[in-house]
Design a protein around this ligand. Structure first.
Ligand code: RRO
Length: 311
């Protein structure tokens, strides 16, 4: 195969376009038992907050048709321990690292960004403004253009000039293109599309919600058409903005669909729970498919579905 499989996000080079999805592989320790993390385009770490958090009470996972619900609630060690332990470990593996951050307030994004500036070995920062598992919808910054912009502007101001920031958006909005425009204006260098959709499952035996906190984020193949739609809409409005696409990608064909819609890279999330090797399998399948469709450069496949006939 002679495909040039590299991609770039806001000027940062990645040797291949397959990343982990934030939250689905921690900081990569478990995955590293299955393959070297250098095989991935990048490891995107679980969204980290300022303080340690145990997350929501169990049960916090539920199966759904072609997917699952999670209500983890931002479990993690907090930024200081994360920088002390996880980042040096990832650097030792030679992995390319995208750090995901999440805050409860605009100021949290400023504080987290200041902690990350000048940390060596980080390729980009994903600014997660769309976690669905928070106390109220007002805390989902990505649901409103003004709060979305405020969080991204705070990150941009405090992170320093060099490090690209990728805003992670929610599909649970009336107009994702308006939110995308707002965060781009606020200084986002790229977008991560999409976070999970807010969902609920009720147990028909107990007749109560299955998750302790009732609602959770829906992921898996069930949401892929929503991801394709969101990526396509944003790409149509912003032909140049780098997009990391995710949402129910389980094989190379699924990944190719998101690329054709406009994704410059693809994150693998829920599929990893069923098969820890899925990111590597998908990487190989996507490479074969791009070659089979006659592409010499992966980048030529990005946004292909936007061409009109005869182009
Ligand atoms: O931790 C979570 O519950 C979580 C996060 Br931060 C997120 O962004 N998306 C999701 O489905 N779960």
């Amino acid at each position: 195969m002679n495909l040039n499989y590299s991609t770039s996000i806001a000027g940062t080079f990645f040797p291949n376009p397959i990343f982990t999805a934030s939250g689905c592989a921690g900081s990569g320790k478990e995955l590293s038992h299955f393959f070297p993390l250098t095989e991935l385009g990048a490891v995107v770490t679980k969204s980290i907050m300022i303080k340690p958090r145990s997350g929501r009470a169990t049960p916090r996972m539920a199966e759904t048709p072609s997917g699952m619900l999670n209500s983890i609630g931002l479990q993690g060690p907090g930024i200081d321990l994360f920088l002390e332990n996880d980042i040096p470990w990832l650097r030792d593996q030679g992995a390319r690292i995208i750090v995901s951050i999440a805050g409860e307030s605009v100021d949290d994004y400023a504080v987290l960004s200041r902690k990350l500036r000048n940390v060596p070995g980080i390729s980009a920062v994903e600014v997660n403004i769309s976690c669905p598992n928070v106390e109220n919808r007002g805390q989902v910054f990505a649901c409103n253009p003004e709060t979305a912009a405020a969080a991204i502007a705070a990150a941009r101001r405090n992170i320093g000039g060099e490090l690209p920031i990728i805003a992670k958006l929610s599909p649970d909005v009336t107009d994702i293109v308006a939110i995308a425009g707002s965060v781009i204006d606020a200084g986002a260098d790229g977008l991560a599309l999409i976070n999970t959709l807010l969902g609920m499952v009720i147990d028909t035996n107990s007749m109560l919600p299955k998750l302790s906190q009732k609602t959770g984020g829906l992921s898996g193949p069930a949401i892929r058409p929503v991801a394709v739609r969101a990526i396509y809409q944003v790409r149509a409005a912003y032909p140049k903005i780098p997009i990391v696409g995710m949402g129910g990608v389980a094989n190379g064909r699924d990944a190719f669909e998101l690329v054709l819609a406009g994704a410059n890279a693809i994150s693998i999330g829920t599929a990893t729970f069923g098969d820890p090797m899925s990111a590597i399998r998908i990487k190989n399948e996507l490479e074969e498919l791009c070659t089979a469709r006659g592409f010499n450069n992966f980048s030529d496949a990005i946004s292909y579905a936007h061409r009109s006939e005869g182009e």
